[in-house]
Design a protein around this ligand. Structure first.
Ligand code: ADE
Length: 415
């Protein structure tokens, strides 16, 4: 079996963490039980490019239980949990990922997965899909799945210019994914990463959140819950208004840069923080990025502006500017929740990865029948995922009476 991981001796630690995550993933467990019986992925190879975490390891196990051969590489050079990667290899799953790998190794690892000629590809950020449309046009999978907002935006751009040649399930568009993973997962794990890296007190700090999509909203909510004064920066007037009515101060990036103790980018866009903002920041400001790619903070310019640079703690680097101000950057400006913490908790990845497993099954059932395009899983599957999750939480779901159903279906009865 081919593989490339940092240290196989970490396998037993990784296996324990995978088992712990599994305990908190009841929806995925129920899918695994069904997959074991029904074998919906028998004879297929699934090639995945996802963050290599304990939660992802559980998804890999479920796909294998469904009859698939699976291979995995990282979807970010800094998000791999080396112990998990080792445990996957020990468990017979070809895994290619090393935390901190350079760009060449990162792409070599993606190629190693594509070399297995996957029937289904699974992306977090659309790197596999992009290569399938550029360098690996020799491959012709049944379809692909996409985990994250950034990846879906990239794929929609491919569809818009007529390049997309595959059916892709946008897992991110399922309600049980983006309303929970993006909001509660990113909210908690981004704050977790910043706190692990800095050990700073959030109470009383001014935290600027740039971008108020589902993820930014979650980060703002959690920062506020810890006592921070939250400032939001948005370009979309509706989102900006939502932020204002959620009780946050809404400012331009220039104004936010002047007042913030912590700035967190969550936009999916490039150079959100750049020279004009660095010029105005307070001494000791902490910068973190919770967007998918490390393009949101212009670190090249910050490097040019710095007269010195030094690591001050794990995952925390200080840039000393020419005028003596210090700017601290968490996890090299890469995804802070995975670079400086462990990513979203298993409880919420449970639903995201349930959708991934169901998306693979949905594609397998429709092999050769789907036109290239972006698909969303049927709403019944979304509701089923929510129902199983609620059940595992001991929640009770109310049902409409027959009288209520006919009232809602009719229009004559008003008073
Ligand atoms: N994305 C965010 N958190 C994650 C996790 N724990 N595992 C895999 N992908 C993630």
């Amino acid at each position: 079996m081919n593989y490339d991981v940092a240290d196989l001796s970490l396998a037993s630690t990784g296996a324990r963490r995978i088992d712990w995550a599994e305990r908190r993933m009841p929806v995925l467990r129920s899918i695994r039980e069904r997959f074991e019986k029904e074998q919906p992925l028998a004879g297929l190879t699934v090639g995945a490019c996802l963050h290599v975490t304990a939660e992802t390891a559980n998804l890999m196990r479920v796909l294998r239980a469904g009859g698939a051969e699976v291979a995995l590489c990282a979807s970010n050079p800094l998000s791999t949990q080396d112990d998990v990667a080792a445990a996957l290899v020990a468990d017979g799953i070809p895994t290619f990922s090393i935390r901190g790998e350079d760009d060449d190794t990162y792409y070599r690892h993606i190629d190693a997965v594509l070399d297995m000629a996957p029937d289904i590809t699974m992306d977090d950020g659309a790197d596999l899909a992009t290569l399938l449309h550029t360098q690996r046009t020799d491959l012709n999978p049944i379809g692909s799945t996409e985990e994250t907002t950034t990846g879906v935006i990239r794929l929609r751009a491919m569809a818009a210019d007529g390049t997309l040649r595959l059916p892709v399930v946008a897992v991110n568009d399922s309600d049980t994914k983006h309303l929970f993973d993006n909001r509660y997962g990113t909210g908690q794990s981004a704050m977790d990463g910043i706190i692990r890296a800095t050990n700073m007190l959030m109470a009383g700090a001014t935290v600027a959140v740039i971008g108020y999509g589902d993820c930014g909203r979650g980060v703002a909510m959690r920062a506020e819950g810890m006592g921070a004064k939250v400032v939001v920066v948005e370009v979309d007037p509706i989102r900006a208004l939502a932020a204002a009515m959620d009780g946050h101060r809404v400012l331009t990036a220039d104004d936010a840069a002047r007042v913030a103790d912590v700035v967190i980018t969550v936009t999916g866009n490039k150079h959100v923080l750049r020279r004009q903002h660095f010029d105005q920041m307070k001494d000791g400001v902490v910068l973190a990025n919770a967007g998918h790619f490390d393009v949101e903070i212009d670190l090249e310019v910050l490097g040019e502006m710095a007269r010195d640079r030094r690591p001050v703690r794990n995952n925390l680097e200080e840039y000393e500017l020419a005028d003596g101000r210090r700017v601290l950057v968490v996890a090299e400006g890469r995804l802070v929740n995975l670079g400086a913490a462990e990513g979203h908790p298993a409880d919420v990845m449970d639903m995201s990865f349930a959708n991934q497993a169901l998306a693979a099954e949905w594609l397998a059932q429709r092999a050769g029948q789907l036109e290239p395009g972006i698909y969303t899983l049927p709403v019944e599957l979304d509701r089923e995922v929510a129902r199983i999750k609620l059940d595992s939480m001991g929640a009770g779901l109310e049902e409409l009476t027959e009288e209520q159903k006919s009232y809602l279906a009719g229009w004559r009865e008003g008073t």
